[in-house]
Design a protein around this ligand. Sequence first.
Ligand code: ZN
Length: 94
Amino acid sequence: MPEMYCCRREMRCTRNGVALVFENNGQPWYVKHADEYRCRTCDRSVIAGVAPEPIADLSRDGLETCSTHVEKLKDGRLTDLIGRPQPVVIIPIT
Ligand SMILES: [Zn+2]
């Protein structure tokens, strides 16, 4: 895990498995997982620790598989071990 600093303190990892959905004109291209870090002083949060390999990828997995995965993410149907919906961040790439 990366060491993230804010307000001269190491930030705390507050969430694993944040889904970053990279979209081109509303079409999902790929999804990568990352972690959320939060500052205990100013409450600022950042996304870091992006996984190198995508969880879903349009060119690797095809349109249907990639789109279905993103639909489940957006509907909150993908959860962690204690049932919390996986957080989603949409990132336009054009
Ligand atoms: Zn801070």
